[in-house]
Structure formats: structure tokens, C-alpha cells
Design a protein around this ligand. Structure first.
Ligand SMILES: [Fe+2]
Ligand SMILES: [Fe+2]
Length: 517
């Protein structure tokens, strides 16, 4: 709790009056400052924390009205309550005080009870104003955050946990005196068959997130799907709210021991938020802030579910196409998957974004989907194809791109299918593109595909070991030249070659499925 005493600045040029204020205010627990002139009063206000000003009207040089005008005219000080002390009973003096912005008046000789009552009232009002301002700022902050999140939303790079991190960092206590904020926040969300729980604290400003291994959802009084239940509860109410078993489980975790007091709870069938350990009184303002937090969290969670479903649907579609292509293909069954993994490894090594890496891992698998176009007798022919057969085999690039189609989410797959046999030096097919005319994803998949093709056995060639495949890619042979590859991709391969060997060893068809060399 914030226990700083309210500080009152008494402005009067008569020392005896200042002593009188001390006698009234100090025993009531107020901190008192003195100023004998208007100029000195303004200096103190500028440099010290002051909660209220008792201001005599009759001052030398700058009178009380002018001091009051200066205080109320400065946006930084305008909220500071000013009580004018006047011996003038005239209406005119009060009107002048109101015009100067005074919050209240007290007549001399002062009445102790009246002074204290007015001070208490004004300080309470100031505190409420302060809290209202803070809460407004916090709600506005969350609303702005929500709008920014929507503007910055990208389907390819959406991840729930970083969103939750940023959301929680907006409301959690990050300094010891912010007692109107929760010291810890627990977020649980339903994922697949179970729940995941994240616990947050920010004792040294930096947000600390821990994933909790918590089998807790069965202990919570969750509302049915579509419903939500939010509340504040202190310890005494936990049993009534049905939270006792859940809180006991939390408190049994060694690193969270005794951490749940003064709890805000938001329960729904998909997302739960608990904000706990408020240092002071909690009320309607905090409820609004937490409600906004929970609602935005729920929104992000639903968005994450949709994104995951869309990703799974896309991956399912890719698998279907691959199964179809495999009926008519002689490639080793895991060739597409290995090319996807090699491509992802190279893309990450080239510093591409996580979204690019994720996309190429999936979409490079479709590079040979056009093999369905090649007659089986050519694909299964023992020995090397003749010139005419090579022409037909080469058609798989364009045919694959046609099968994949024009949807923007499969644009990378299309680029790869069409471009994975193009060479950096322009000697490839089907369009003799060169250099950066070939999309980056296709330049990456080209090397990944070539490595796997060298390693795996084909009807017309035996399998090859890692060292021999690397030597051909990096130094060349009668068919392959290093100039065929993007130099940056080849450099990344040189660095990552040992990982290629690991992936190839890990992703192997069962022995019975392998083709004899
Ligand atoms: Fe191919
Ligand atoms: Fe291939």
C-alpha cells in the first residue's frame, strides 16, 4: 500500500498563522510545508510533491489570486486543489477567487473542524480524479493496443504467446509502488485436448513468463461453451466461488507458493485469466481493465485457433496432393519431406523470417508434384532416359505449377515447382531464367532437391554417401557445376552440410521400401 502522508503547502506571510496550521494539521498525520510568499509557494510546487495548497489571499508582492491563477493555468498543476483563506467576507472576494480557479474557501479566523473536513473532501476528490485518469489511460492503452494488433496482424506470422506477453505487460505491476496493479497474472487456454498455463510476474520491470505444468481445468468452475464469468474475490470468498481446490493446487507449486490473494478471475471454456496480489483495494476500474484484457486474450486465442486450423488445412491439402502424386511416382517416399526440411534449414541459415522458413518447409514438398504428368514407362525405365524422354521429364516443372494453381498462400509452392530446375547461370529449365530472376524459394529448393536426389537410389543410379554428394555440389562433376546454384545458397549449404547428413539419416524410408540401387 502507498503509505506516503498527504502533503499540504500552507502559504501565509504571518509566522503565527503558519504555526496555527501546524497545530491543526500535524496531529492529523499530514506533512506540512511553509511558504511566506507567492513566489516561494510556486517554487515549492515546481520542485516538490504537494497534494493541496492552503493559500492566504493577502500576500505581499504577488497576492493569493495571482498565485492561484498561476497554479490553475499550468496544465501540470491544474489538478492541485487550492483552498483560499480569506478574512474578507465580501462576496466580491469569493467571486474573484472562483475566477482565479480556487477549489474552496475558508474564512479567518479558521475553524479547525471546517479546515480538516474541507481538506479531507478535496484530497479524496483529487485521489478519485487521479485514479480515474489512470484507469482511463489504461483502458485507452489497451484499446490502442487492440487496434495496433489488428492493424499489424499477419496470418503467416501469428503466434498466440507473444500476443499474450504483450497484453499482460500492459497491466502487470512493474514497480513496487504500482499497488493498484496485479503482481502476478495467470493465463490458461484450451489447446487441442488439454490446457496450457502461463504464469507472469514482472518484479524487476522485465516480464517473466513461466509455463506451468498444471492439470487444473477439472478443478475450475468453468461456464459452458460461449459463456464467461468474471469476478473479484479475496481469500475469504475462494471457497464460495468454488476456487479453493484450484488455489490450493497453485499454492502447492514450489515457485508459486502463497502467491494468490485478492484475485480477479475471468473464466470461460477456452480461456481463463487470473490476476492476483493487488496491493490495495480493487474495484470497478480494475474490473474494466481486466475485462478488456481477458476479452482481447480470448479474441487472440480464437484467432490462433483459426490460424492453426487454416495451417492444418493447407498442410492436409499438400499431403493429399503428394499422396496422389506418389501413386504415379518413383521418388523415394520421403523425398518430398526431406526436401522440405533441407529447404527450411537453408532458409533459416540465410536469415529468412520464421514465416518464410515455415512456408518453405511445407511448400517445397510439392516441387515434383508435376511428375504425375510423366508416363509411368519413362519414370520406371531402367537406365538413363533418352533425349525425347528427358524432354517429357522436364515438363514436370510447368505441369506441377499448373496443378498447384494461383492461390496466394501457395505462391511459394508454385514458384518452387516451376523454378527448382532453373540454374543460377541460366543453364536450367524450363525458362532458362538466371540469377535473381529465379525466386529465392526456388533457388533454395533446387539445392535441397539436388542433394537428396544424389543421395537416394533411383532406378537408373545407385545411392551415394554424404561426402560424395557434397563434393559434386561444391566442386561439380560432368553434369553438375557449382555455378548452377545461387552462391549465397551454396555458401549456406557448405556451412550446414553436416546437418543435411543428420536429416537424411533421420528421415529414411523403412528398409523394405528402399529401392535397390
Ligand atoms: Fe523435379
Ligand atoms: Fe525432386
Amino acid at each position: 500500500m502507498n503509505v506516503a502522508k498527504p502533503r499540504i503547502l500552507c502559504v501565509d506571510d504571518e509566522p503565527i498563522n503558519l504555526k496555527l496550521y501546524d497545530a491543526v494539521l500535524l496531529p492529523q498525520g499530514y506533512d506540512v510545508l511553509h511558504a511566506a510568499s507567492g513566489a516561494r509557494a510556486l517554487e515549492i510546487i515546481a520542485n516538490e510533491k504537494v497534494d493541496l495548497v492552503l493559500l492566504d489571499v493577502m500576500l505581499p508582492e504577488m497576492n493569493g489570486y495571482e498565485v492561484c491563477c498561476r497554479i490553475k493555468g499550468d496544465p501540470e498543476w491544474a489538478g492541485l486543489p487550492v483552498v483560499m483563506i480569506t478574512s474578507l467576507q465580501e462576496r466580491r472576494a469569493r467571486i474573484q477567487g472562483i475566477e482565479a480557479g480556487a477549489d474552496d474557501f475558508i474564512s479567518k479566523p479558521i475553524d479547525q473542524g471546517e479546515v480538516l473536513a474541507r481538506i479531507r473532501g478535496l484530497l479524496r476528490l483529487k485521489e478519485l480524479n487521479h485514479r480515474l485518469g489512470q484507469d482511463y489511460e489504461r483502458v485507452a492503452n489497451l484499446a490502442t493496443f487492440g487496434a495496433e494488433s489488428l492493424r499489424a496482424f499477419e496470418l503467416d506470422s501469428f503466434e498466440l504467446i507473444p500476443r499474450l506477453d504483450r497484453l499482460v505487460s500492459r497491466i502487470i505491476r512493474q514497480s513496487a509502488d504500482a499497488t493498484d496493479r496485479p503482481a502476478s497474472v495467470l493465463v490458461g487456454y484450451h489447446l487441442g485436448a488439454g490446457w496450457r498455463w502461463l504464469h507472469y510476474e514482472a518484479p524487476f520491470r522485465e516480464l517473466i513468463r513461466r509455463e506451468l505444468d498444471l492439470d487444473a481445468a477439472g478443478l475450475l468452475p468453468l461456464p459452458p461453451p460461449g459463456g464467461a464469468n468474471s469476478f473479484f474475490a479475496d481469500r475469504a470468498e475462494f471457497a464460495v466461488r468454488g476456487l479453493e481446490p484450484f488455489v490450493q493446487l497453485l499454492e502447492s507449486l514450489p515457485r508459486l507458493a502463497a502467491s494468490m490473494r485478492n484475485l480477479y478471475g475471468y473464466l470461460s471454456s477456452e480461456l481463463c485469466v487470473f490476476a492476483g496480489n493487488y496491493g490495495g483495494e480493487v474495484g470497478a476500474h480494475e474490473a474494466v481493465v481486466l475485462e478488456v484484457l481477458a476479452t482481447q486474450g480470448l479474441f487472440f486465442k480464437r484467432l490462433a485457433d483459426q490460424v492453426r486450423e487454416a495451417d492444418e488445412c493447407l498442410a492436409g491439402g499438400v499431403d493429399s496432393l503428394l499422396r496422389l502424386a506418389a501413386i504415379h511416382d518413383v521418388e523415394p517416399r520421403l523425398h518430398p519431406e526431406r526436401v522440405g526440411e533441407f529447404s527450411a534449414l537453408l532458409a533459416a541459415g540465410l536469415g529468412q523470417s520464421a514465416a518464410f522458413v515455415r512456408a518453405i518447409r511445407l511448400q517445397a514438398r510439392l516441387h515434383d508434384v508435376g511428375n504425375g504428368f510423366i508416363p509411368l514407362e519413362i519414370l520406371r525405365k531402367e537406365g538413363a532416359p533418352d533425349f525425347q524422354e528427358w524432354e517429357i521429364i522436364r515438363g514436370h516443372a510447368r505441369f506441377g505449377a499448373g496443378i498447384i494453381g494461383d492461390h496466394p498462400r501457395l505462391a511459394m509452392a508454385r514458384d518452387i515447382a516451376l523454378g527448382h530446375h532453373e540454374n543460377w547461370d541460366g543453364s536450367g529449365y524450363p525458362d532458362w531464367r538466371r540469377g535473381e530472376e529465379i525466386p529465392l524459394a526456388a533457388r533454395i529448393a533446387a539445392l535441397a532437391d539436388r542433394y537428396d536426389s544424389l543421395r537416394a537410389a533411383r532406378p537408373y543410379k545407385p545411392a551415394m554417401d554424404h561426402g560424395a554428394a557434397c563434393a559434386i555440389l561444391l566442386e561439380g562433376d560432368d553434369r553438375s557445376r557449382p555455378e548452377h546454384f545461387d552462391p549465397a545458397v551454396l555458401a549456406a549449404f557448405r556451412e550446414l552440410a553436416p546437418r543435411f547428413a543428420e536429416i537424411f539419416a533421420r528421415l529414411q524410408e523403412p528398409v523394405g521400401e528402399r529401392r535397390a540401387g
